[in-house]
Design a protein around this ligand. Sequence first.
Ligand SMILES: Nc1ncnc2c1ncn2[C@@H]1O[C@H](COP(=O)(O)OP(=O)(O)OP(=O)(O)O)[C@@H](O)[C@H]1O
Length: 266
Amino acid sequence: MCTPARQSASYRPWRAESSVFGMAVIEVSGLTKRYGDRTVVNGVSFTVAEGEIFGILGENGAGKTTTVECIAGLRSPDGGAISVLGLDARRDHERLRGLVGVQLQESQLQDRLRVGEALQLYASFYPDPADWRELLASVGLTEQVNTPYAKLSGGQKQRLSIALALIGNPRVAILDELTTGLDPRARREIWKLIRAIRDRGVTVLLVTHFMDEAERLCDRLAVLVDGGLAALDTPAGLIAGVGDVDGYRANLEDAFLALTAPSHDS
Ligand SMILES: Nc1ncnc2c1ncn2[C@@H]1O[C@H](COP(=O)(O)OP(=O)(O)OP(=O)(O)O)[C@@H](O)[C@H]1O
């Protein structure tokens, strides 16, 4: 069973339910997901507006991937409703496929498939794909165009999976652990790319464990604790909720640790 969301006594929860952005593109209402008798996502609700970069934070096992997989229509919720671009995430999955780009953890391609071939193959699935060579350049893989998947480094595989999520020119991009395994320069390049696609009106939902990434890139953040929504706010709002820590101004990691701290009242 899912335990109630833990919350540190020192944290003053803020909630920015509505954003300054426009139309809601993703609406999650009371999302609940169970595996067997374990509830791993428990009544989670939030909306993501068009053109927003929305981050999901949480400790390992908090339910982040399960949440985004339900939004991507890859898993069936046990309760609640999810609408993406006005369509039902699960029932209208086929229609949404061309509109939503998904990069999930551990995307696995055929070992012998070359980088350029993979992009051209995926581009052929979509009516209005991005220019694959441009995309290749923007994720820094131009030199690897003829490299088979099996010969890519971990970070290069990660960059390719981001390119594949964006190849269909999606209106919504769902990115799970966007920059895990990337070196610092590559991470900055990927942040730039994400901002650029956002500037074109793409709505971005991303899961991350990196506090700097969440703070620099995301307009708002949802923090999941034990499958429940512990906080939903801008990075600055979350930080403001903790005040000072040991005489220093708190940062996002302090806010995250305060929100996810084990409860002391057991
Ligand atoms: N297919 C599955 N069958 C059973 N349990 C699962 C399955 N997938 C995930 N879980 C469990 O559900 C819980 C939430 O997993 P999830 O992958 O959503 O967490 P997460 O927040 O993304 O974690 P991480 O940061 O480690 O990637 C975990 O306890 C996990 O073990």
